[in-house]
Design a binder for this molecule. Structure first.
Ligand code: OSB
Ligand code: MG
Length: 368
């Protein structure tokens, strides 16, 4: 298919409630939205970098410059017969995997639509719905206990508690006391060091499914040291930006579970490579999220239909985060299962153009 034009937007959606993690507080979700057009079809994707480099190094400002000045001019006006053919344009550049991902993901949508296939079929997915859990931001313990009750009442398959230094063992102990049998995990978003091994070992007492990203965002080695002294599995998120990171982590025992975010690892090719590699290492994977709008959520759900996504993912109901979404469809979980959107081929969701215009602060067309 020939990519005739590309449109970049900046979208800002207010969050229903502030989302607090160890690195900071989000009150709204701002993201670049890319639309690739070709042969009368639209491929759409959203990018997951934040305005500031507080999750990983990429920023929206840097990504917009890289997309408009470097990546998109090399794509618009050209023909690609499959996503494989994007690699020579994307891979020579260092890092910037979130910016590369939005291009690749929009092309996967465009391409699967051109073949009249749901994205999941193009990817080789095997499910019609995916198991999901909730990610609960940092809040007073009493508030978190109420949120856990709500998540269980809704049938979510796993509860993930955001933790930070000083907000960890007592929190997990309180939740476990009320819910001895639920599938429970924690996510530190890099807040600890090896010097905190004793605190992390104390979490071994609570039968957690895994501890997500306890140590630094750019570290794999120290996670291997930590994993050797824990009973609980470590799950890596921030540290895994490429298939080679996953290989190194599994080879040295830095993790036993991996969180795949297609928007973090450079797109579906890399996400699928990590998925396959983890299967070969007998390491389960699950699909993470970045508080995406319905466009990013749809991409995530299609990804999570692949066979080795055996743990519940983070793509909970969109209404938990947003009063109104930029798509026409409602992505709501039922009893902890998120149906794969199939309102047409590709990602299976459609833009609500009128609402999108009202939350778009910037739009530009990129020419070759
Ligand atoms: O670490 O998984 C994370 C949200 C923003 C940034 C990082 C993370 C998260 C979440 C929420 O945990 C995932 C979601 O519900 O989309
Ligand atoms: Mg995480």
């Amino acid at each position: 298919i020939r990519v005739d034009s590309a449109e970049l937007h900046i979208v800002n959606l207010p969050l229903v409630t502030p989302f607090v993690i160890s690195t900071g507080t989000m009150t709204s979700k701002t993201f670049p939205l890319l639309v690739l057009r070709g042969e009368g079809i639209e491929g759409i994707a959203e990018a997951v970098m934040d305005p500031q480099p507080d999750y990983l190094e990429e920023t929206i400002a840097g990504a917009m410059e890289f997309l408009r000045g470097t990546l998109l001019p090399r794509i618009v006006g050209k023909r690609f017969s499959s996503p494989y053919e994007l690699a020579p344009i994307l891979t020579p550049w260092r890092g910037n995997r979130m910016a590369k991902a939005v291009v690749e993901m929009a092309f996967w949508d465009l391409w699967s639509k051109s073949l009249n296939l749901p994205l999941k079929a193009a990817l080789g997915g095997v499910r019609d719905a995916v198991d999901v859990g909730v990610s609960l931001g940092i809040a007073p313990i009493e508030t978190t206990l109420e949120h856990v009750d709500e998540a269980i009442a809704k049938g979510y398959k796993r509860t993930k508690l955001k933790i930070a230094q000083g907000h960890d063992v007592r929190l997990v102990e309180a939740v476990r006391k009320h819910h001895p049998d639920i599938k429970l995990t924690v996510d530190a978003n890099t807040d600890y060091g090896l010097a905190d091994t004793a605190v992390l070992r104390a979490l071994d007492a609570f039968n957690l499914d895994y501890i997500e990203q306890p140590l630094a965002f750019d570290d794999i080695q120290d996670h291997a040291k930590l994993q050797a002294s824990l009973k609980t599995a470590i799950c890596l998120d921030e540290s895994i930006r490429a298939p080679s990171d996953a290989r190194k982590a599994l080879e040295i025992g830095a993790a036993r579970v991996i969180n795949i975010k297609v928007g973090r690892v450079g797109g579906f090719m890399a996400a699928r490579a990590i998925h396959d590699l983890c299967a070969a290492f007998d390491a389960p994977v699950w699909c993470g999220g970045m508080l995406e709008s319905g466009i990013g959520r749809a991409h995530n759900i299609h990804l999570a239909t692949m066979a080795n996504f055996t743990k519940p993912g983070d793509t909970s109901s969109a209404s938990r985060y947003f009063h109104r979404d930029i798509i026409n469809e409602q992505l709501e979980a039922v009893n902890g299962r998120m149906p794969v959107p199939v309102n047409g081929p590709g990602i299976g969701v459609t833009l609500d153009h009128a609402f999108l215009a009202s939350v778009t602060s910037h739009s530009e067309e990129v020419r070759p």
